[in-house]
Design a binder for this molecule. Structure first.
Ligand code: 13P
Ligand code: SF4
Length: 299
């Protein structure tokens, strides 16, 4: 393993490359990452790097966002087919038709979406800033795509707006039911619950903290409790354990297989061959970038 890490670090230097890794990546990828974070942090890093190559260890929409923010840089991904099931639940054409039914509404698009969908939207958001972005908008009616659970959470936090949700969801988070959480919490009754806002509303109602993956670290750090149930993709428990070794984190066996396609071996191959380049069609890139820029300005 240390040989692989050495080779990756050497190549990063030679090629002026950086590795951005999402919180759900395998722990061995954390060891070669220049930044680990949630979608917002990684967007911010991608927008501010001087590197010539960005290796994105995450799923396709994340690498695509890095590419939109850095049109002159090379963005590569270890597995070009690492997608997001939720992002695939909305297509630009369907959104166009939906918009026509709600002519007065502004479109807020969760970053878990394709560049084509972003190009049809007015502003992006992530799980870390969705409430802030929606609260800051002048418009009353807001089409929120694609996650219906995040939309419901935002509606709950910003009751003076009318949120019109899309029907998408993350299969990993949506599979967690209230009944299951009530059952497992009995095993560690002292543990506080930290949940991702992609969970169902009735699951979020059981949570002590609702936040993005990076937000979970801050929430657990500040909370005097020593044990936590983490309701999100299972990789997050490992990240929390590394960041806060004095606390205990209980995760669940719900894995995002697309996130886990990346391995340390495929990161090395990706850097050596630079084959899996992420590109965005020029016809949509400019409009899609605007939705991301608008979000970053307000974050
Ligand atoms: P975060 O932005 O909170 O890291 O979430 C991204 C994601 O895909 C959650 O499933
Ligand atoms: Fe998409 Fe869900 Fe995987 Fe996040 S965990 S990348 S929302 S499928």
């Amino acid at each position: 393993m240390s040989k692989l890490i050495e080779k990756i670090n050497q190549l990063k230097k030679e090629k002026n490359a950086i590795i951005l890794a999402h919180s759900y990546q395998r722990p061995e990828i954390y060891d070669v990452a220049d930044a680990i974070g949630d979608s917002l942090e990684l967007c911010q890093k991608a927008a501010n790097t001087n590197a010539s190559i960005i290796v994105f260890c995450g799923v396709h929409f994340m690498a695509e966002s890095a590419c939109l923010l850095n049109p002159d840089k090379k963005v590569i991904i270890p597995h070009i087919d690492a997608g997001c099931a939720m992002a695939d639940m909305v297509e630009a054409e369907d959104l166009k038709q939906f918009k026509a039914k709600h002519p007065g509404a502004v479109v807020v698009c969760y970053v878990n979406s394709s560049a084509a969908v972003k190009a049809e939207s007015d502003i992006c958001c992530t799980s870390a800033n969705a409430v802030k972005i929606v609260r800051g908008l002048e418009e009353y009616e807001i089409i929120f795509i694609p996650d219906k659970n995040l939309a419901a959470y935002v509606q709950n936090q910003v009751p003076d707006k009318k949120i019109i949700p899309w029907r998408g969801f993350c299969p990993i988070h949506h599979s967690l039911t209230k009944q299951y959480i009530e059952e497992i919490r009995g095993r560690h009754p002292e543990a506080k619950i930290i949940a991702h806002p992609e969970c169902r509303p009735e699951v979020l109602a059981l949570a002590d903290h609702i936040t993005s993956t990076t937000g979970m670290i801050e929430a657990a750090r500040r909370d005097p409790a020593e044990e936590f149930f983490i309701l999100t993709e299972c990789g997050m428990t490992e990240r929390l354990a590394r960041e806060l070794p004095d606390k205990k984190f209980y995760g669940l066996c719900n894995m995002c297989f697309d996130m886990k396609k990346n391995t340390i071996e495929s990161v090395l191959k990706c850097l050596q061959e630079e084959k899996e380049e992420v590109k965005v069609d020029k016809s949509i890139a400019e409009k899609a970038k605007k939705t991301l820029d608008r979000m970053l300005e307000l974050s």
